[in-house]
Design a protein around this ligand. Structure first.
Ligand code: BG6
Ligand code: MG
Length: 226
């Protein structure tokens, strides 16, 4: 059998946590006199916590001493944690559970590849933690997407060669990371924004079984771009 490895990003793919990141960053930015917009929040998708704060400071034309920077990162995360503490299974995005069911039924390994350091907390909250054979997240990597480190480590953890892995991602940086890793990149979201992906779907309900069957039996090099 042709075994593929399936690697899922978390934020924006399994759950919509961007809204909580937004609220927490907005409050934080306001506390230091910076206005933070929804549009700017879009640009933080897939980006680490530290890089996010650096960008916000840059947009607000501010520099901070290291200890204050660390304090603000903690403040933001405490606020974010208070939002995610209320999450439950209802926040799993449409079609996610079904695709996880399908992949595990076909006995293909599943990994998480996320920039978040809160991934395990979130997966526990939405009761999906046991669905993953490996979890590689912000705690296991030194280089942020578009560097492929997170996905290569995830592939390694499930013992599947990179060119036999399929990555589901909602961020441009994540799609670029999957492409650099020589994996099959599947964008979840807007096809114009995610135009570098091998395939793009609005959400998982648009991914049908025949597409997955074809994906599983075909080599990356032979997959036709849509
Ligand atoms: C990514 C999100 O998955 O994780 C980013 O898209 C976020 O918006 C990053 O900044 C880090 O998350 P956390 O939970 O470690 O602050
Ligand atoms: Mg994401």
């Amino acid at each position: 059998m042709n075994t593929k490895g399936f690697i899922f990003d978390l934020d924006g793919v399994i759950v919509d946590t961007a809204k909580y990141h937004y609220l927490a960053w907005k409050a934080l930015a306001k506390s230091i006199g910076i206005d933070f917009t929804v549009h700017q929040n879009e640009q933080l998708k897939g980006i680490s916590r530290e890089s996010s704060l650096n960008k916000i400071l840059e947009w607000g034309n501010k520099t901070l001493p290291k200890d204050k920077f660390m304090e603000l990162m903690k403040e933001k995360n405490d606020q974010y944690l208070s939002y995610i503490s209320k999450m439950d299974e209802n926040e799993i995005l449409p079609g996610v559970t079904q695709i996880l069911d399908y992949i595990s039924k076909q006995k293909h390994p599943i990994a998480l590849g996320s920039a978040s350091k809160n991934s395990k907390i979130i997966l526990k909250k939405v009761n999906l933690i046991n669905r993953f054979n490996a979890i590689i997240d912000g705690n296991n990597v030194t280089k942020a997407k578009p560097d492929p480190e997170v996905f290569l480590k995830a592939a390694n953890a499930i013992s599947i060669p990179a060119n036999q892995c399929v990555v589901f991602e909602d961020s441009v940086a994540g799609i670029q990371a999957a492409n650099i890793a020589n994996m099959i990149s599947i964008g979840i979201g807007n096809a114009t924004i995610l135009n570098e992906a091998d395939f793009v779907f609005k959400d998982f309900t648009e991914i049908h079984q025949d597409f997955l069957e074809n994906l599983i039996k075909t080599k990356k090099e032979e997959l036709k771009k849509v």
